[in-house]
Ligand binder design. Structure first.
Ligand SMILES: C[S@@+](CC[C@H](N)C(=O)[O-])C[C@H]1O[C@@H](n2cnc3c(N)ncnc32)[C@H](O)[C@@H]1O
Length: 451
């Protein structure tokens, strides 16, 4: 269906009294990787159909208009930023994971095809032969690099690790003549194949190695993988770049959303956003989705990020140990659902402290977002209801109640099933493939207007 036909169908649906509640938010079977959404995988990605539908809706209702600004405090791989640009909107976003910032920027900021083509041709024209030489040097013990990739021992087949590293070094050199943005596009393709080349098991976001037997026969062809990923990404970017307005502004900040308006660098301006669409982490990175673990090797190989920086990601995420905030006991009063959850957790195994740390940090973000978002404008929080120690955490109610305490007004909560998500939790007794921990039942789209 063309964009115009889709808009017309949607507008007829609204004219006939259709409401957000009547939409099937599951979008079962929909393509969730169209255009630049498919450049790189990311854990717990929000499906683009959610921001797409909401932005269409709010534009048709006149709540936002072309040229307005969307804010996403948890950018991840940039789904909201991409959809903002597709809808003619500027975007501001934050993430504490440097790889997430790179992905968001690359996916959302269009690059003209001519610029891409010339670096692509430069990079790939001799690459097969160059990688062949790396292989030979490796086999004869004559391979030397001034610096070595700081990845974990035993996680990569050799000489493939050095082939990846060679490409990375070529990109560093190319950056001097082609600039950062264009080079970053090719870094993203390199980051994406880094996981495939490594001994990481498919379908897992945590670090799980292939069993030893499989490692012995894991012999990926780095050149073929890189060439096809570059070709596929090039095609996606070409179509995206032809479709969107290049004059819009998308700014992704490598920053903490608890203090987005107070950061000395990368400050998000108060009262600057017309709408917020975001999907917060489900829980702290240690016990739910370890974004840092997922990103570490790809970011070290393909980007310019060091080991320490990448190690800090899971500690800095909401509820992580790097927070210097104290528990806020009143949260249990302000959100009765959180109070009941804490009581249930105290009766089980004491993970109440973890829940408090997470919700306290999350509450800081709600406060900060209220400063960024213009009064009366919508904020959309796509949240999952996880269980911790078999206790259901009603995140949608906690989000609503705490936002209401801040002064937001609740508009609606729209439930959705999650048809195809890899569930990466630890210690789950259910023995379901891909599920290794606490389970996640469903998501809710919680909509509140700003104070
Ligand atoms: C569920 S993911 C967002 C997924 C994103 N909507 C997408 O479609 O790719 C949550 C993100 O929040 C980020 N995050 C966690 N704590 C943060 C904080 N304090 N400030 C900014 N970002 C944070 C994580 O690094 C992760 O990328």
């Amino acid at each position: 269906m063309s964009e115009n036909t889709r808009q017309t169908t949607f507008s007829t649906f609204l004219d006939e009294g259709g409401s957000l509640e009547e939409i099937d938010w599951t979008f079962k079977g929909a393509d969730t990787s169209y255009l630049t959404h498919g450049l790189h995988n990311y854990p717990a990605r929000m499906i683009p159909q959610i921001p797409d539908t909401l932005l269409s809706y709010y534009k048709l209702c006149g709540v936002i208009e072309t040229g307005d600004t969307v804010y996403d405090p948890f950018s991840g791989s940039g789904t909201t930023a991409v959809e903002s640009r597709l809808h003619g909107l500027n975007a501001q976003a934050n993430d504490i994971n440097p790889l997430a910032c790179v992905l968001s920027e690359t996916k959302a900021c269009p690059i003209p095809r001519e610029t891409l083509r010339s670096l692509r041709d430069d990079l790939l024209s001799n690459l097969r032969a160059e990688l062949h030489t790396i292989r030979e040097q490796y086999q004869t013990g004559t391979l030397t690099f001034a610096d070595e990739p700081q990845v974990r021992d035993g996680w990569f087949p050799e000489p493939q690790l050095y082939e990846l590293w060679y490409i990375r070094r070529q990109l560093d050199q190319a950056e001097e003549s082609y600039g950062e943005d264009v080079t970053q596009f090719f870094r993203v393709a390199l980051s994406s194949i880094t996981r495939t080349v490594s001994y990481q098991r498919n379908g897992e976001y945590k670090r799980y190695r292939l069993p030893e037997e499989k490692r012995k026969t894991h012999d990926p062809d780095v050149f073929d993988l890189y060439r096809s990923k570059v070709a596929a990404n090039y095609k996606r970017m070409r179509t995206y770049s032809d479709r969107v307005d290049h004059s819009l502004d998308t700014t992704i900040h490598y920053a903490d959303s608890r203090t987005a308006t107070a950061n000395e660098e990368n400050t998000i301006e108060e009262n600057s956003a017309d709408i917020v669409i975001t999907s917060p982490p489900y829980g702290d990175h240690r016990t739910t989705v370890a974004y840092g673990q997922f990103s570490q090797d790809p970011a070290i190989i393909a980007g310019r990020y060091g080991y320490d920086e990448m190690k800090a990601v899971d500690k800095t995420g909401l509820g992580g140990p790097n927070s210097d905030l104290k528990p806020i006991e009143a949260l249990e009063e302000w959100s009765p659902s959180f109070g009941a959850t804490m009581d249930a957790l105290r009766e089980t195994d004491g993970r109440a402290d973890d829940a408090m740390d997470f919700v306290r940090d999350y509450y800081e973000v709600m406060n900060d977002v209220a400063k960024v978002l213009k009064s009366g404008q919508p904020s959309v929080w796509v949240v999952a209801n996880r269980t911790m120690s078999r206790v259901n955490i009603p995140t949608h109610l906690i989000t609503r109640e705490l936002c209401e305490h801040v002064g937001y007004e609740h508009e609606s909560t729209l439930p959705r099933e999650i048809p195809t998500k890899t569930l990466p939790w630890e210690n789950a007794p259910e023995n379901i493939e891909g599920v290794t921990g606490d389970a996640m039942a469903s998501e809710n789209i919680v909509i509140l207007t700003a104070p």
